[in-house]
Write a protein that binds this ligand. Structure first.
Ligand code: CTP
Length: 407
């Protein structure tokens, strides 16, 4: 049997990037031979094994045929006769279809190295269409390597367009999609992920609520970029520039969905878009089974981002309601993430990227004042149960009024 390093490890080494996990392909071996050498099978009928010591993935060279819709609809054909070239041709991109032996000799039948140099993401063959997840993968690679100047080859984008139009994306499981989406959002230029999905029509299939924002105007005075979709991309861009966590990036992407629902005659104003957007945010959250912390923050940011921007003008009672809604007493981190998302929203506007955001410190100060109200004296006065809650609220309100006056 011959063993080759394949995929991302070869690609990233040639790009001079750090390699984290290594995938291997094994040519000329049978399942029985792998098992005899101590490799552990990953699944019952999937020709992938884990190395007994390193835990790295070793896949038997295989050809793949499509037998049904979506994931799980594959049949695998792995046998010792399958050649390295036959294995590589069924892979997604030419830059992912290179193999390297232990002498660092490169096998590159589909010109991955040439495409690496030309900064092109190009599909290897029509077999690309066998897995619709690849539409998301290509968009994710575009987001990751945008800084290096990569772009999607027009014929590949066309194939992605056909795949999106075929309805195949609907067959992807929430788990597979979320894995790609969450990884893409954590790349350096997550906005490129959304742009590429939009360019090939996949955004309309996957997140029509986000797609609907493009072409919807906002008032120029607050939004010099005017377009709600362009604004959303800028907010996402800011969230990456400021190294925000996934929760914040997800909230940034979904914060303005309500603007897509405004009747045209009300444009460019979007009255109550914060509230109207909640059912859309919920739908997107559930569609991809986003983790609980992402879901929660997206809903809270959707509902309250305008409160964040108006923080300095809010009445003490409204400020208190905001803090209560976030449960800042037990969930201080979540409130920090809300503040961060509001700040990204404020900066994700044309020409305003460097603006200061005094609301952030003001909100932090308010949270700390409300948190500083001690329970003990109220307990000593004999308050308990719901009355204690009311008394606490009164004290916090008093403290917030004083905080406002001292600004
Ligand atoms: N692959 C593919 N189609 C997929 C998934 C994977 O063709 N839907 C192939 C590609 O050749 C890819 C390799 O399997 O390079 C390994 O896949 P994976 O580990 O998911 O990705 P990497 O390319 O290693 O990239 P990353 O750095 O994102 O892990």
């Amino acid at each position: 049997m011959q063993i080759y390093k394949v995929g991302g490890a070869v690609r990233d080494r040639l790009l001079g990037l750090p390699v984290t996990d290594i995938d291997w392909v094994v040519v000329g071996a049978t399942t029985e031979e792998m098992l005899a050498q101590g490799f552990r099978p990953v699944g019952a009928d999937f020709p992938v094994f884990l190395h007994p010591k390193t835990g790295e993935e070793y896949a038997l060279a295989r050809t793949e045929r499509k037998s049904g819709r979506g994931y799980g609809g594959f049949t695998f054909h792995a046998s010792p006769e399958v050649t390295l070239e036959e294995d590589l041709i069924r892979r997604d991109l030419t830059i992912n279809a290179m193999a390297e032996d232990d002498q660092h000799n490169l096998t590159d039948p589909y010109h991955g190295q040439r495409d690496l140099e030309a900064r092109i993401l190009r599909h290897v063959s029509p077999a690309f269409a066998e897995d619709p997840l690849r539409v998301l993968r290509v968009a994710r690679f575009a987001a990751r390597y945008a800084g290096l100047g990569f772009h999607v080859a027009p014929p590949t984008l066309e194939l992605m367009r056909q795949l999106s139009a075929s309805g195949e994306l609907q067959a992807l499981t929430a788990e597979r999609s979320w894995k790609e989406i969450s990884r893409a959002l954590m790349e350096d230029q997550p906005q490129v992920f959304i742009e590429v999905l939009r360019d090939c029509g996949a955004l309309k299939e996957l997140m029509p609520e986000v797609d609907a924002l493009f072409g919807v105007p906002q008032p120029e005075i607050h939004h010099p970029e005017i377009d709600s979709g362009v604004h959303t991309l800028s907010v996402l861009e800011q969230s990456a520039l400021h190294k925000q966590p996934l929760t914040v990036r997800w909230a940034c992407l979904l914060h303005d969905l309500g603007k897509g629902l405004t009747p045209e005659e009300e444009w460019p104003r979007h009255i109550a878009h914060e509230h109207k957007g909640l059912k859309l945010i919920k739908a997107v959250n559930e569609r991809f089974k986003a983790p609980k912390d992402c879901q929660e923050l997206a809903l809270l940011v959707g509902q309250y981002h305008t409160h964040g921007h108006r923080a300095l003008e809010l009445k003490a009672s409204t400020l208190l309601e905001l803090l209560q809604s976030f449960d800042v007493y037990r969930r201080p981190q979540r409130f920090e993430e809300f503040i961060a998302a509001c700040e990204m929203d404020a900066r994700g506007r044309k020409g305003l990227e460097q603006r200061s955001y005094p609301q952030a410190d003001y909100l932090r100060g308010a949270a700390s004042v409300a948190r500083g109200v001690a329970v003990q004296p109220l307990l000593e006065k004999g308050f308990k149960g719901p009355e204690l809650g009311e008394a606490l609220k009164r004290e916090r309100l008093k403290a917030l009024k004083a905080y406002k006056e001292n600004q």
